[in-house]
Every structure is written in C-alpha cells, then in structure tokens.
Design a protein around this ligand. Structure first.
Ligand SMILES: NC(=O)C1=CN([C@@H]2O[C@H](COP(=O)(O)OP(=O)(O)OC[C@H]3O[C@@H](n4cnc5c(N)ncnc54)[C@H](OP(=O)(O)O)[C@@H]3O)[C@@H](O)[C@H]2O)C=CC1
Ligand SMILES: O=C(O)C1=N[C@H](C(=O)O)C[C@H](O)C1
Length: 264
C-alpha cells in the first residue's frame, strides 16, 4: 500500500519539488499540503503552484486526510507546528528544516519518544556519503605530525535565511568529534593571530541561485585534501526526504538519520 504523506511548507522551493516528485511516485500518495495562512498562494491548488497541474489538494493549515508521514521543509515556527501535527496524528516525521533553536530541537527529540523521526540537515545521498568520507579522513589525520587544519566552506542561494548551513555545522560536529576539536569559529577578520589546530572554521557564501555546495578542507603542512559535494538542483534533497518518509512510516518510535535510511 502507498505511504500517505503530508508536506509542510508545500509552496516553498523544496515543498514544490516534494509535491512534484511525491505525486509521480507510485509508492506514495500525497494527501495534504500545509502552508501558513499568510502565504501569497494560500488556498490555491498545491499541484498548480508546483507547476505540475491540478492535484486536487489546496494549500491549507488543516486537513481531514489521514497521513502516515509528514515531511517538513519550512521555517522554525513551521517545523514546530509539524512536530505537533505528527505527534497528534501518530504519524512519522521527516524533519529537514535547518537553523532550529535549541527549544525546537528539544521538541523533536521529545517527539521521537512517541513517533518515528528522521532528522537530518541534508537528505542528499552524496552529502551523507561525504560525511562518512570526512569521518574517515578525520580519524586518519587526527594525530598527523604538524596537525591538520579543518575549514568548512559552504555556498547557497541568496534567499537562504540561516547561516552557516545546517549541513556545514553537521560536517564540523562529526569531524570535531573524531579529532577531539572543541573550538568552532565563523569567518575571520582583523588580526586573529596564527591559526590554532583546535579549531574548525566555517565560511558561508551567499550568491545567486546555488542549491547547495559544501567543501571540507583538511590542510596539512605540505599537502591538502579537499572534499566537495555539490547539488545541481533540489531534487537530491526532495527524493531523499521522500525515501525517508517511506522508511519511517510504520517504524517504531525513535530518532533516525539518513544513514539509517540509506544504509550507509
Ligand atoms: N535537510 C535538507 O536536505 C534540506 C533542508 N532545507 C531546509 O529547508 C528549509 C526550507 O527551505 P526552502 O524550501 O528553500 O525555503 P522556502 O522559504 O522556499 O520555503 C519554506 C516555506 O515554508 C513556508 N512557511 C513559513 N511559515 C510556515 C509555517 N508556520 N508553517 C508552514 N509553512 C510555513 C514559507 O512561506 P513564506 O515564503 O511565506 O515564508 C515557504 O513557503 C530551510 O530551513 C532549509 O535550510 C533545504 C533544502 C534541503
Ligand atoms: O537552504 C538550503 O537551500 C539548504 N539547506 C540545507 C542546510 O542548511 O544544510 C541543506 C542544503 O544544503 C540546502
């Protein structure tokens, strides 16, 4: 039987791709498309807004439809509402929104006691694979003579509201854990002095319509390794999130990540 999904933030850049790809997937049934009432397209047909023709589902704050999973790509307030909806409906939750405050993150962890939750700053297969590769590099380089300096660069479209990206922060967190690094800094200016090894620096570039790109640098004395992962469009995130919804629907309560979904 098809997994019935609700999409939160359905008129957004990601939401529209979820509506489009979810509707053409025979294993999924898009049954609800949530948006906030202040959205300029509120009340319109979600399929028409996504550019795929009428779907018969309006952008709304409520639904009478039953769903097995809700996918959230919205804003912090929307993510909060999605957690409440999922718990109320006893549905699985796929949480993709980044830039969440600690109070929202705590709500997600709490929800995972009663419903299955897949929570990841990137739903892309290649990003999650690159995280694994960076963990291998971090482990191998943690005690290298002369030290390895880690810097995380990310580029995103001009409309992105949070910075650095949730993905950049996760790269840093995973590498810091492996290498025993405790200091995280954001950009540099003035005269900060020689670079300490116990530091990961993040650099966020905002330009044009870039759908997302991350470069992780391990700089040694005499040689450098860089790993770059780059999206050409948003479908890598949307298809990962749809896969996560299929994975999570019907699972027992708990917190899952994309490694669980992708078997990495
Ligand atoms: N984990 C992953 O793989 C990825 C995560 N993301 C994250 O997803 C989020 C959304 O990204 P993107 O689609 O580009 O952003 P958009 O701004 O294009 O879309 C967000 C949508 O949510 C709507 N919204 C605002 N408030 C609410 C609310 N209370 N309830 C429901 N919907 C609401 C917005 O409306 P309005 O425009 O009126 O504010 C908008 O339509 C970001 O946090 C981004 O970082 C993005 C890509 C991949
Ligand atoms: O806002 C975006 O676009 C993206 N946000 C996510 C993040 O903050 O990591 C994931 C992806 O890079 C696209």
């Amino acid at each position: 039987m098809a997994t019935r999904i609700a999409i939160n933030g359905a008129a957004g850049r990601m939401g529209q791709r979820l509506v489009a790809l979810g509707s053409e997937d025979n294993d999924l049934d898009v049954v609800a498309c949530f948006e906030h009432a202040g959205h300029t397209k509120f009340g319109q047909d979600a399929g028409s807004v996504a550019g795929i023709g009428e779907l018969g589902i309006r952008l709304a704050e409520e639904t009478s439809a039953q769903y097995d999973a809700i996918i959230d790509f919205s804003v912090p307030a929307g993510a909060h509402a999605a957690v409440e909806r999922a718990v109320h409906a006893k549905a699985a939750l796929v949480m993709a929104t980044t830039g969440l405050e600690e109070e929202h993150q705590a709500k997600i962890r709490e929800a995972a006691n009663v419903i299955p939750v897949v929570w990841a700053p990137s739903m892309s297969t290649t990003v999650n694979l690159t995280m694994k590769l960076c963990e291998i590099a971090a482990e191998a380089l943690k005690d290298i003579p002369g030290g390895a300096d880690v810097e995380v660069l990310e580029r995103h479209h001009r409309f992105k509201e949070d910075s650095p990206s949730g993905t950049a922060l996760r790269f840093g967190e995973l590498i810091a854990y492996k290498m025993g690094i405790t200091n995280h800094v954001h950009g540099r200016e003035g005269r900060p002095g020689a670079r300490p090894h116990n530091e990961i620096a993040y650099h966020a570039i905002r330009t044009g319509d870039n759908p997302g790109e991350h470069t992780i640098i391990f700089g040694l004395l005499g040689e450098t390794i860089e790993m770059t992962v780059r999206a050409s469009n948003r479908d890598c995130y949307a298809s990962g999130a749809l896969q996560a919804a299929k994975f999570a629907a019907g699972k027992k309560p708990g917190l899952y990540n994309m490694n669980d979904v992708l078997g990495l």
